[in-house]
Design a protein around this ligand. Structure first.
Ligand code: IPE
Ligand code: IPE
Ligand code: MG
Length: 244
């Protein structure tokens, strides 16, 4: 059903990352509390991930909470933790069918103990799965992730290479994101997957996250499909390689 909305021959990204921004503004515009925006955002996240997999995407990484977001008012953070307490396990069970593996990426030790436990339990349920994957970034910061990775290497007395550093990141072993989507009208990366996105195509949407629809995701994928990814080469080189 969903698959035929995307034309045959469309280049589907293997890995999509999404900066899910705009929940607060979306709610404010409707005279609702920010927590309502987060709730609707979480529901939209589940729908979008399902749709992405139905289109053939293999990895989805969603930015749910940054390290910097921990500076937000305590009641907003509590609201977010309550959403995790209430819905995370059920949603992830629904999403991680058919062999999909869940990874929670970020400095999760900064979260309340019971929330950490919920995240760990959901991850464990999918630990045997290989192939497709969902990464939920919580208390995530890309610079902190890189520092952590380098320190792991230092402790082992190893020098890092581009490849070994990549493998020491939370996303180790997964292909780099091909397409990064940011909703919410801002045009910045806010410390998300900086190392992994060296050659990602960047797509910015003016829509607030709760209103970013399955159709909008398809639009972003079609846009991606029309990009020429040169990875430093010339168009002529690419044409030659295609002929071989
Ligand atoms: C993104 O939405 C979700 C989180 C950072 C938790 P925001 O909460 O940043 O929404 P805006 O940007 O204030 O509208
Ligand atoms: C980025 O959104 C983080 C998440 C979507 C989780 P922010 O709303 O925190 O980003 P800034 O602060 O506007 O850059
Ligand atoms: Mg924001």
């Amino acid at each position: 059903m969903a698959r035929n909305k995307i034309k045959a021959g469309t280049n589907i990204p293997k890995h999509i990352s999404i900066i899910m921004d705009g929940n607060g503004r979306w709610a404010k515009k409707r005279l609702m509390p920010r927590s309502f925006g987060h709730q609707m955002g979480m529901e939209r996240m589940v729908g979008l991930i399902e749709h992405a997999f139905s289109l053939g995407v293999q990895y989805v990484t969603v930015y749910a909470l940054s390290t910097e977001n921990l500076k937000r008012p305590q009641d907003e953070l509590e609201g977010l933790y309550n959403l995790i307490r209430k819905h995370f396990a059920t949603y992830m069970e629904r999403l991680c069918k058919n062999g999909i593996r869940l990874r929670v990426i970020g400095e999760t030790s900064l979260l309340p103990d019971d929330v950490q436990e919920i995240l760990r339990a959901s991850e464990e349920k999918t630990a045997e799965n290989t192939g497709r994957g969902i990464n939920v970034a919580l208390c995530y910061g890309s610079r902190a992730e890189m520092v952590r990775a380098v320190n792991i290497a230092v402790e082992k007395g190893e020098r890092v290479t581009e490849e070994s550093l990549s493998n020491l990141l939370y996303t180790g072993g997964q292909p780099d994101p091909d397409l990064m989507i940011r909703t919410g009208k801002e045009v910045r990366l806010s410390n998300f997957l900086l190392y992994q996105s060296a050659y990602a195509e960047l797509y910015f949407s003016d829509k607030m996250f709760p209103e970013f629809s399955d159709k909008d995701l398809e639009k972003a994928i079609l846009w991606f499909s029309q990009r020429t990814r040169r990875f430093g080469k010339t168009d002529e080189q690419l044409t030659k390689e295609q002929k071989i």
